[in-house]
Design a protein around this ligand. Structure first.
Ligand SMILES: [Zn+2]
Length: 342
């Protein structure tokens, strides 16, 4: 039974761990962490930090749950996939079932230069649960510019990689990868993914996050660590200091925050295009009856789905849409214009 001191019971095994202790646990309760992207890595990060008692978690995600997510995205269930529940909402509901004492703030949104300030400001730490380099470089620009720590974490196939970025102290993402490996990177859709690689990188990143939040920053790893759980190859690359000549750390050129290098309406390796150029509030009931004659349509409070062979459109209340069945942005744009409006 939980009492007013239920907190003590809930976190007792973690408080017993000397490096955290009662003091550390109090700091965790005060901590505010934002998780950018809530797919596989984001789910695992959110789950671990929520169970650890991080007091406030903001979860950002632009996507909705699908059946192919369930193999690795541990906060979601079959009902979320059936209902196409936005991942941020499904994550918040999932967390509420095991820890209702923390604050979870789900935001169904695509993180872009225009909204990054209000979405990330006021948080102690930013965690990477994204699936694409454009967003990571955007977060990296924001973090270095505003001196906010962030932790890069990625997994594909059996391989995962992570880096702690402490602006001004360690290397940033651009120190190590000055250019986005655009076009050459494998994605979950081309190389598949093992859920164990995801959970490994999330465990590593969540532990570094705990160190950061309890004030044990000197114990944080200062390397880019990569690990292949299938071949058991493991490598570390020094990331002790910002690199002289880094465009971001040294040059303070924040091209991604300025919105450059971001044509980006296709979704990471998927047969989908995202339309998010303009915000327009959508009334789902009205839109449903308008679309009814043209195909199958269904909606709940979070998304409206419209099927017109061979396309499937998922519309969000702010007018953003994900159109499945094409990677051709012109086709997607014209479908959107025809059925939603131009
Ligand atoms: Zn740098």
């Amino acid at each position: 039974m939980e009492t007013t001191s239920g907190q003590d019971d809930r976190y007792s095994r973690q408080v017993l761990f000397r490096e955290i202790g009662a003091e550390g646990q109090k700091k965790l309760a005060q901590a505010r962490v934002v998780i950018v992207g809530c797919g596989a890595t984001g789910s695992a990060l959110a789950s671990l930090l929520a169970r650890s008692g991080v007091g406030t978690l903001r979860i950002l995600d632009r996507d909705y749950v699908e059946p192919s997510n369930l193999q690795r995205q541990s906060l979601f269930d079959e009902n979320d996939a059936r209902e196409s529940v936005p991942k941020a909402i499904a994550a918040a509901r999932g967390i509420a079932r095991f820890n209702s004492q923390i604050v979870v703030d789900p935001q169904v949104v695509d993180l872009v230069p225009a909204n990054i300030d209000p979405l990330l400001s006021g948080f102690d730490l930013v965690l990477d649960g994204t699936d694409n380099f454009e967003t990571r470089y955007l977060v990296n620009d924001y973090a270095v510019k505003n001196s906010v720590a962030w932790i890069y974490a990625a997994a594909v196939g059996s391989y995962c990689v992570t880096l702690n970025v402490l602006p001004g102290q360690t290397s940033c993402l651009a120190c190590i990868f000055p250019e986005s490996p655009r076009g050459t990177v494998e994605t979950c859709e081309t190389a598949g993914i093992l859920n164990s690689a995801v959970n490994l990188v999330a465990s590593l990143a969540a532990t570094e996050a705990l160190k950061f939040l309890v004030g044990a920053q000197l114990r944080m790893r200062r390397t880019l660590l990569s690990w292949d759980v299938w071949s058991n190859e493991r490598a570390e690359l020094a990331a002790v200091h910002p690199r002289a000549g880094c465009r971001v750390c040294d040059g303070r050129e924040f091209i991604h925050l300025a919105g450059e290098g971001r044509p980006h309406i296709t979704m990471c390796g998927r047969n989908s295009v995202q339309i998010h150029e303009r915000e327009r509030p959508v009334n789902f009931a009205e839109m449903s009856s308008r679309l009814q004659p043209h195909g199958n349509v269904r909606h709940n409070e979070f998304v409206l789905k419209f099927w017109r062979e061979p396309y499937e459109m998922t519309l969000f209340p702010d007018g953003r849409a994900i159109i499945k069945g094409t990677t051709d942005t012109a086709v997607a744009r014209s479908l959107y214009a025809r059925y939603v409006g131009s």
